[in-house]
Design a protein. Structure first.
Lengths: 180, 348
């Protein structure tokens, strides 16, 4: 699925049109500029449904940065070699690192398309288990500090054992991930 | 008539589900990628092979009980079978175009499966008859959780599951329904419906997904956004929208029957007449006629036995027809075969 304007292939599409002619249903997505231009042509007469979904794509983004970002001159993912320009052309990112590499330009694309910027759904069990363990580790370390300060050495030893256990678990998990 | 070796009935094609006959089927699909490897569009042959090895090993260990799952490497499957798999909605129409490194693991009967190296490293899907959205999601979710025990997914705390196209990022979940809406099409109401759905964050597509035309008055509706909601909220949204569209179709049918019964009868019987007498028939013409005949049967205007819309649709698809007459058949032969085949499928 492409996120860019069907006309100029450069700007993020912010206007979604559904066109029905005969038995054909087709979707056209345009940036605001191209949409305006098309509105003035006869093409618009064929558009049964005119759906302005997402308002101006690059609003709120620094103009220079937007220009640089969208020109695709500056950003290339070091891991897979995909440039932002490639992404604009084919609509696909090259790897998970592209999400970081394309930074704000991509974040903006995602915010415009998804109208959201934070994942609220499922998390991999493995990740959340690790996250849970990390949190537990931090809590125990704080607890340990208190106990040592209060000279509760016996109890502190037990907590230290717990901490070691969790550290080992985290380490094993990390190694397992490396192997994968 | 299926690409499955067993050839046995596929549930979503033959069974009636909730919302019958307007909701033909529903589907939940999850997009996932493996950490540390480029996405399929940027991957070389070696990477694709690695991904396939890892995914299929995970599938074999966690999901498959050997008897009813089938694993196929795309390059080992004939062109015809790949096309038939796409016609059965098991893979996307573009799956067979670049076969190298791709694979599919599938349980034919209840249409659950994992496709490897399509747009994303893996896509998990479940297709069920009628409106069983939550169940379809739960099935896909379970397979996802099983696989997750074996592989490391690309996941970001903030952005969720990272996908090849940002239109799937977050949950990676696309929930869709296949709806048969002849009355909304005939009355022209469908254009307004599509416009309203667009505003509600719902995509409308043709029977064979993205880029396919609408045929046979069968429309696919699906969530557009995949980020910023829980999976359950996405499922409920598509479910609610489906219910609303189906209600509109019911109303349109009632009004047609009440206000212009003669026109309706004329329309559906003309379609039946062509189906009964035609000597050759193109795929799209067949779909249009099939839709009208189905409407006539459901409105109790045409006195023939009810049939499963999707079973017949898949049965008259180009490669399914071809499978009955041999791969060397010309398009003309396929059209000539389709006309009597359609009669047989409808029991005429």
């Amino acid at each position: 699925m492409n996120i860019f304007c069907d006309e100029c292939k450069k700007n993020i599409a912010t206007v979604f049109l559904t066109k029905i002619s005969g038995d054909e249903i087709s979707r056209v997505q345009l940036c605001e500029e191209c949409a305006k231009r098309m509105e003035e042509t006869t093409e618009a007469a064929n558009l049964l449904a005119f759906l302005p979904h997402i308002i101006s794509g690059l609003q709120g983004m620094d103009e220079q940065l937007a220009d640089d970002a969208l020109s695709g001159q500056l950003i290339t993912c070091e891991f897979c070699g995909t440039s932002f320009n490639d992404f604009q052309k084919i609509g696909f990112l090259g790897c998970s690192k592209c999400y970081e590499a394309f930074g704000e330009a991509l974040e903006q694309v995602i915010r415009d398309f998804q109208e959201a910027s934070e994942h609220l759904g499922k998390m991999p069990q493995k990740i959340s288990a690790t996250a849970r363990l990390r949190r537990k580790l931090i809590e125990l370390e704080r607890h340990l500090e208190h106990q040592i300060a209060g000279e509760e050495y016996e109890a502190a030893a037990a907590v230290r054992d717990q901490i070691r256990e969790i550290e080992t678990m985290l380490e094993t998990e990390g190694k397992k991930r490396e192997r994968e | 008539m299926s690409a499955s070796k067993a050839g046995a009935g596929i549930d979503w094609l033959v069974k009636k589900g909730p919302g019958y006959p307007l909701v033909l089927s529903c589907r939940a699909r999850l997009a996932r990628n493996l950490e540390g490897l480029p996405f399929p569009s940027a991957a070389d042959g070696e990477d694709l092979e690695r991904v396939r090895g890892m995914v299929l090993e995970a599938v074999s260990r966690r999901v498959v009980s050997e008897r009813d799952w089938d694993i196929k490497f795309a390059e080992e499957v004939s062109r015809e079978e790949l096309e038939m798999m796409a016609e059965e909605h098991l893979t996307s129409p573009s799956f067979g175009e670049r076969a190298a490194g791709r694979a599919v693991a599938v349980r034919w009967r209840d249409s659950r499966g994992v496709t490897v190296n399509e747009e994303d490293h893996l896509r998990i899907h479940s297709i069920l008859p009628g409106a069983q959205f939550m169940k379809a999601w739960k099935i896909a979710d379970k397979i996802d959780s099983q696989l997750e025990g074996e592989v490391q997914y690309c996941f970001d705390q903030e952005m969720g599951y990272l996908t090849s196209c940002p239109s799937n990022v977050g949950t990676g979940l696309r929930v869709s329904a296949m709806l048969h809406l002849p009355a909304l099409s005939i009355t022209g109401e469908i254009a307004r419906t599509i416009a309203a759905l667009g505003q509600a964050g719902i995509y409308v597509r043709g029977i064979y997904g993205e880029g396919s035309g609408v045929a046979g008055n069968v429309f696919q509706v699906a969530n557009r956004k995949t980020l910023g909601s829980t999976e359950e909220d996405i499922v409920s949204h598509v479910e609610m929208i489906t219910r609303q569209v189906v209600d509109k179709e019911r109303t349109a049918r009632k009004m047609m029957l009440r206000d212009s019964p003669l026109e309706l009868a004329d329309r559906v019987f003309r379609a039946l007449g062509i189906v009964e007498r035609a000597r050759r028939m193109g795929f799209y013409e067949a779909l249009e006629l099939l839709s009208l005949v189905k409407l006539g049967v459901e409105a109790e205007v045409i006195p023939i036995k009810d049939f499963s819309m999707m079973e017949v649709v898949v049965g008259i698809c180009p490669y399914h027809v071809r499978s009955g007459i041999g791969p060397e058949a010309e398009d003309e032969d396929v059209d000539a075969e389709r006309a009597p085949l359609l009669r047989r499928l409808l029991g005429l």
